[in-house]
Design a protein around this ligand. Sequence first.
Ligand code: FES
Length: 142
Amino acid sequence: MLYCTIEIAISILEAISTGNMISDNTDDKFVAVTRVDELKDKTILPVSLKGTDIILVRVGGNYYAAENHCPHSGGDISLGKLDGTILTCPFHGSKFDLIDGRVIRWTDWTSIKASSTRLFHPIRPLTMYPVKIQGNSILVKI
Ligand code: FES
């Protein structure tokens, strides 16, 4: 994790020095998270960005950024498993599509347990964040 934090700090410093901090005329800015050549295919990279815990995921030539707290019960979803763009939470088996964050399955529980969890944890999608590639940098807008 320390290595990751140092890498991110270096990427941000590179972005600042090369003018890669991008404003799109709003208060929100894209921030360089890491480099394209450092994020291998089917990798889930946990990152803290502006105080928000996110994951950055590469699937083929596509990149996705999402919150790193499972919408079901807040589990660390960076520990999940990828099947294409479908991310399965390791805690209770919820599945989300990284293309748009939609819920594919809300826990792997059945019957009364499944019904009751919907009362206490209403179904909601994974919060997604815009990603853009600029040169060799992967930028995320928080
Ligand atoms: S915390 Fe992810 S499915 Fe429950």
